[in-house]
Design a protein around this ligand. Structure first.
Ligand code: NAX
Length: 327
């Protein structure tokens, strides 16, 4: 039997976690031969609800689930963890200004970054899901200077999966035949789903689909607005699909993406005109427990415009964060 791995999940009483925890416990993240301990973090007022979720986890009798620990203290929840899925964050409430939202999350991710820095495994992999995910990840990194620069990523995989699914449907092919999809930028409406390099089997998607209007008027806006469409239809935001994307992104990072391109928000290395260090969705290939950025792609005028819009938005947030912590 493999030595047990510790997986932290924050926001563990929330709706994404309600799907995520059960899938991690049954082996969807780390494989069906990998025992896990779940270390769950919640706010004090949600611990009672979380106890109910733990009861349900127990009632599944998952063979791989060795134990479940709960806490409202990140220094307890993150102790020795190998993987951390940071799902909980402060949602925007009515009348709340963007600035206040950023400040509330800055406080959360500062504390969590410091705790990861101090008590997590030195090989920890951290995936930030809670919004604003890219900037929350930037803050986490800032306060976890002793972890490797590439230890923290933010989730753009849900947008990537949405883009793959939409392109496959348009071309009438199974999703598994689509490779080299890219989603650039922020997990926000400025994101840029880009299938210029996508392949359908051996063929170029672009050659199969020379319809630039569909790209501009349907594909890009509908992928970017998909989250809103789900809220309108379901009366609640994406949960199972978000949990699924978190598992996809972390599992590929851990076990490799088998040569496939996947989109991850990672610290920019300065290429593609994205300022170095900014947490930005880019194409990567995962192997040997690490991600390698896909380099050398051509950026045409539309791509430049879209990437720059995300850069602007994320730079504004990064500047606001700087101002908060230097004040
Ligand atoms: P819920 O409101 O259902 O759950 C969030 C949970 O986090 C709550 O139980 C809350 O008590 C807890 N929480 C808040 N602050 C905490 C803290 N400091 N420490 C520990 N727990 C804390 O939200 P849910 O639908 O599960 O979504 C969670 C987050 O994912 C939200 O920020 C949401 O915007 C974000 N999403 C990000 C996506 C992405 O692609 N990056 C897509 C899905 C989702 O919208």
């Amino acid at each position: 039997v493999k030595p047990v791995k510790r997986v932290a999940v924050t926001g563990a009483a929330g709706q994404i976690a309600y799907s995520l925890l059960f899938r991690v416990a049954r082996g969807d993240l780390l494989g069906d031969d990998q025992p896990v301990i779940l270390q769950l973090l919640e706010l004090p007022q949600a611990l009672d609800a979380l106890r109910g979720v733990v009861m349900e986890l127990e009632d599944c009798a998952f063979p791989l689930l060795q134990s479940v620990e709960i806490s409202d203290d990140p220094r307890v929840a993150f102790r020795d963890v190998d993987y951390a899925l940071l799902v909980g964050s402060r949602p925007r409430t009515k009348g709340m200004e963007r600035r206040d939202l950023l400040a509330a999350n800055a406080a959360i991710f500062r504390t969590q970054g410091q705790a990861l820095n101090d008590v997590a495994s030195r090989d920890v992999k951290v995936l930030v899901v809670g919004n604003p995910a890219n900037t929350n990840a930037l803050i986490t990194r800032r306060f976890a200077p002793e972890l490797p620069a590439d230890a923290i990523t933010a989730m753009i995989r849900l947008d990537h999966n949405r883009a793959v699914s939409k392109l496959a449907a348009r071309c009438g092919v199974p999703v598994a035949s689509v490779n080299r999809m890219v989603v650039w930028g922020n997990h926000s409406p400025t994101m840029y789903p880009d299938y210029r390099y996508a392949q359908i089997g051996q063929d170029s998607a672009r050659a199969l689909l020379a319809d630039e209007r569909w790209n501009r008027d349907v594909f890009i806006p509908e992928v970017a607005r998909r989250g809103t469409a789900i809220i309108e239809a379901r009366g609640a935001s994406s949960a199972a699909s978000a949990a699924n994307a978190a598992i996809d992104q972390m599992r590929d990072w851990v076990y490799g993406s088998a040569g496939q391109w996947v989109s991850m928000s990672v610290p920019s290395d300065g290429s593609y005109g994205i300022p170095e260090g900014l947490m930005f969705g880019v194409p990567v290939i995962c192997r040997n427990g690490a991600f390698e950025r896909v380099t050398g792609l051509e950026i045409d005028a539309l791509s430049r415009e879209r990437i720059d819009a995300s850069v602007r938005e994320l730079m504004e947030e990064a500047d606001a964060v700087d101002a908060l912590f230097s004040a």
